[in-house]
Ligand binder design. Sequence first.
Ligand SMILES: Cc1cc2nc3c(=O)[nH]c(=O)nc-3n(C[C@H](O)[C@H](O)[C@H](O)COP(=O)(O)O)c2cc1C
Length: 437
Amino acid sequence: MTASDRQLHLALFALPHGQLASSWRLPEVPAHSTNDFAEYREAARLIEEARFDAFFIADKLTIGSDGSWQYGPPVDAFEPFTLGGALAAVTDQLGVIATASTTYQHPYSIARQVLALDHLSQGRSGWNIVTSYSPDTTRQFGAKIPHDERYDIAEEAVDVVRQLWRSWDEDAVTWDREAGTYTRPGAVRPIDHHGHYFAVAGPGEYRRSVQGEPVRVQAGSSGRGMAFAAQHAEMIFTAQTTLESGVSFADDIRRQVRAAGRQESEVVIMPGFAFVVGSTDEEAQRVQEQLLDTVQPEHILGSIRDVTQIDLREYPIDGPVPTLPDPDTVQGHQSRLAVYKRIAETENLSLRDFARRVAAQRGHHQVVGSAERIADQMQAWFEHRAADGFNLMPHTIRGQLRAFTEHVVPILQQRGLFRREYTGTTLREHLGLPYRG
Ligand SMILES: Cc1cc2nc3c(=O)[nH]c(=O)nc-3n(C[C@H](O)[C@H](O)[C@H](O)COP(=O)(O)O)c2cc1C
């Protein structure tokens, strides 16, 4: 594939009303709508009309236990597979990526949930493989497992899940009315897995999906996380704040993918992309400030407690950011801690401004400006191969996501960077990934 044949991919990192922690407080959001499926359906339809690749549903498996739910979403929303199934039913072409944790969810259950979603959507599902970095999650499930061991478990879990998916031959279902045999003899087989962490007899419960296997998605950024991604992921999410760090991450991942014996074309790299779009750069800046004024700093500082490892709410809000721990010494989200530590140490921000900064971009790249400026930045990342596409993180769904689909997508299309129509039906086809038979 030549560089000019490459097409950009777009996913929506969906949170109930947008990525901004205070988006639920905005007047355009109907009261009590966090658990109203109509909100999600509208977002999905909006991005399907704009020809996005996928709707991505994250999951931490908990709302924490320190009372921060009083500040609002992401709480009171839906768990990924129920929501994913409902979205599959109200869309025709959009991919649906749902999160399941290999640390706290059993691979047998994951295999059936993800493949069921793949059948319900007729080949449009993906599995975001997470190892659950948050102590909040640990508190719900009991077991505290060190960072690298969580990846050991994930290695085995992915192997079990894929064995279960492949335990039915592609032509296993014969539907032979005469003979009364539903499957061909020998075409559905136990897997008899006896590993270090799991013992699973198999077979899986369902036939192969139309895309062969659901798409595997992952977002590890530590050394161990990147090695895992290079080995197993087909779509890679990442948080990178600058073009330089994006290029360096992508080069490193592609090198590791080749070293793992895989083709670069088997992997799509999708950094998170936060933005505020306005009719001019100045207007976008004004909107950004107005939106950030609605954020409660204590909400943000509480919500990153599991990454920073210290409760920043205990420090004077107009004082300096206290020294954050060295990422290598923690068992949690090492890569995001490194991003926050760099921001805190190089930009000399007060704790209040640090909270605004985190609220604005959550450790991802952010562009505030006109639709042209946003399209220019996306194009630059794409052409420098820091990104094959983007996982979009709009502050709001009703305002900012809509503005992106109305103003930025047409520019990307005019520049020949983004599709005007879907050319395939499965998530694999949207992403240009090989069929997995
Ligand atoms: C875009 C994006 C989405 C993520 N979604 C989730 C999620 O839904 N649930 C979760 O537990 N972790 C999520 N993570 C965190 C990653 O799964 C992973 O734990 C994190 O990147 C730390 O990796 P590391 O331990 O290799 O540093 C996400 C990360 C990124 C960049």
